[in-house]
Design a protein around this ligand. Structure first.
Ligand code: AMP
Ligand code: MG
Length: 322
């Protein structure tokens, strides 16, 4: 029985997993009143809700904390104040209950949770607010085959949304506006498996100022940026010879993105796995799930040796559990 804590950015989540089965997945999200995330405010949010979410997870799993065998904690990558608050909480619980801590890389957790819906050796299209990466396993590391060269896809969508008066998070609202829009040509910027969104953002803002409708702009934003991601993911699948695709990250909740991935996988006879929405967004269950896999290979660490790694890259983590 492993409890997992997610704290890298806006979400404080606690999940509980036993033998790969998710028993609890509770979370609370910090929402800035206006503008983007302010790290110190998000960290304060985590501090305020931590104990409540922790208790809710125990209740949902119907277990007592004495039954826990370890605590998994997201220590990377993320906003330093948020990571620190999460680690402080995790260390306190681990000390009180005399449990080992398992440090988990957040991006890798998005990939591992694909196993919950049946994937085995996938390419992960990780499309979230701050991160946009194409990740797959190769010789003891999860390699980043492609990534954004400027902003994450979610931040890109949120930035445009904010420009037109839609508050954070803008993605879901843009998805609604995009229904039945017409395609306007936008800068399509992909190099190898890397992508960039700043040119498209500038263009979208200019077109909005010229009076183009939000419907057509939202539609074109989705069609163009998602096509870039799907193209990069397909190239990674072809390059690695893998025939599974897993989606992860908040933007993966977008049904049009899911549909485009499904079509691409269908065309190349590959399997497409899309975890449940509650497991796509930042959540404690994926941290617990990954922590459980890691702990079986002896990745429990002494409390004092664990620190946050705000800038750790996916391919810096030695994968000793596959
Ligand atoms: P994450 O960083 O993984 O927690 O995901 C948050 C990001 O997902 C934000 O940028 C949201 O705007 C975005 N998002 C959530 N739902 C959707 C959606 N339906 N379509 C596009 N983006 C979305
Ligand atoms: Mg995430």
């Amino acid at each position: 029985m492993i409890l997992g804590i997610e704290c890298t950015a806006h979400t404080f989540g606690v999940g509980i997993v036993r033998a790969g089965k998710i028993l609890a997945n509770q979370k609370d999200m910090y929402k800035p009143e206006k503008g983007g995330i302010i790290p110190m405010e998000s960290a304060k949010h985590h501090k305020d809700v931590a104990e409540i979410i922790y208790q809710e997870a125990l209740e949902q799993a119907k277990i007592s904390e004495k039954e826990l065998k370890g605590i998994a904690i997201s220590i990377s990558p993320g906003l330093a104040p948020c990571l620190l608050e999460g680690l402080r909480f995790a260390k306190k619980k681990a000390k009180d209950l005399n449990l080992p801590l398992i440090p988990v890389n957040h991006c890798i957790a998005h990939l591992e949770i694909g196993q919950n819906v049946g994937s085995k050796d996938p390419v992960l299209l990780y499309a979230s607010g701050a991160n946009t990466q194409i990740i797959a396993y190769s010789s003891n590391k999860y390699r980043v085959f492609g990534e954004t060269l400027d902003m994450g896809i979610g931040n890109f969508i949120d930035s445009f949304a904010r420009y037109v008066g839609i508050p954070f998070p803008g993605g879901p609202e843009i998805e609604k506006k995009a229904k039945n829009g017409k395609l306007i040509e936008l800068p399509y910027s992909i190099k190898g498996m890397d992508s960039s969104f700043s040119g498209m953002l500038t263009k979208l803002k200019q077109l909005y100022d010229k009076g183009y409708t939000l419907q057509d702009l939202s539609y074109s934003l989705q069609e163009t940026s998602f096509a870039m991601l799907v193209e990069a993911a397909e190239r990674a699948m072809a390059h690695t010879g893998k025939n599974e695709l897993v989606l992860g990250g908040g933007v993966a909740c977008n049904e049009r993105l899911q549909e485009m991935c499904r079509i691409m996988c269908g065309e190349r006879d590959a399997k497409f796995f899309c975890p449940d929405k509650q497991l796509l967004v930042d959540n404690g269950a994926m941290i617990a799930f990954t922590g459980e896999i890691m702990s079986k290979s002896g990745n429990k660490k002494d409390l004092e040796t664990i620190d946050i790694l705000p800038r750790e890259r996916t391919d810096e983590v030695l994968i000793n559990w596959r």
